[in-house]
Design a protein around this ligand. Sequence first.
Ligand code: PRP
Ligand code: MN
Ligand code: MG
Length: 181
Amino acid sequence: AEHVESDLSHVLFTKEEIAQKIQELAEQIDRDYEGRDVLLVGVLKGAVMVMADLTRALKGQYPMDWMAVSSYGSGTKSSGVVRILKDLDTDLHGKDVLIVEDIIDSGLTLSWLRTNLESRGPKSVEICALLRKPDAAKTAIDVKYVGWDIPNEFVVGYGLDFAEHYRNLECIATLAPHVYE
Ligand code: PRP
Ligand code: MN
Ligand code: MG
């Protein structure tokens, strides 16, 4: 494996800033969901880091399940085509579902996913996304928990990939143009 420092342009959020933000989100979620029958739904693969750290920052017990959907392929642009690659194992009837995502870019993935999950009889469906790109939105989505709004630049790290690389970075950073040009 190659070292990645020279592939990065600038760091948007450090490991410490991310940890602080995750802690804040966890406190809000613990408050809002106390006493409810919650299911956290992580969206593979980007949400793995957010889910891993968020669930350990939460004080309550929150079962988690996973879906794999994909709209990107290997490029940097959303195709708008959403495919289910792996479905949930859990029945959603009566559950307060909280979808956990790394980023909302065009919003097409989550918009489709929310509608899909809402059709399965849950009590509620809300969204927690660490990042959101308001300038890239192609559809309006009501997101209950957002870590940060960021400019419309391609970012990697903390679960976010470019062609499956850089997910393991502890920070979130923009990619140097030489990587994708
Ligand atoms: C990325 C990201 C979100 C989605 C956001 O996933 O993790 O799930 O794109 O894009 P959108 O708002 O334009 O729909 P991707 O499809 O790259 O799969 P991955 O999580 O496996 O990287
Ligand atoms: Mn994803
Ligand atoms: Mg991706």
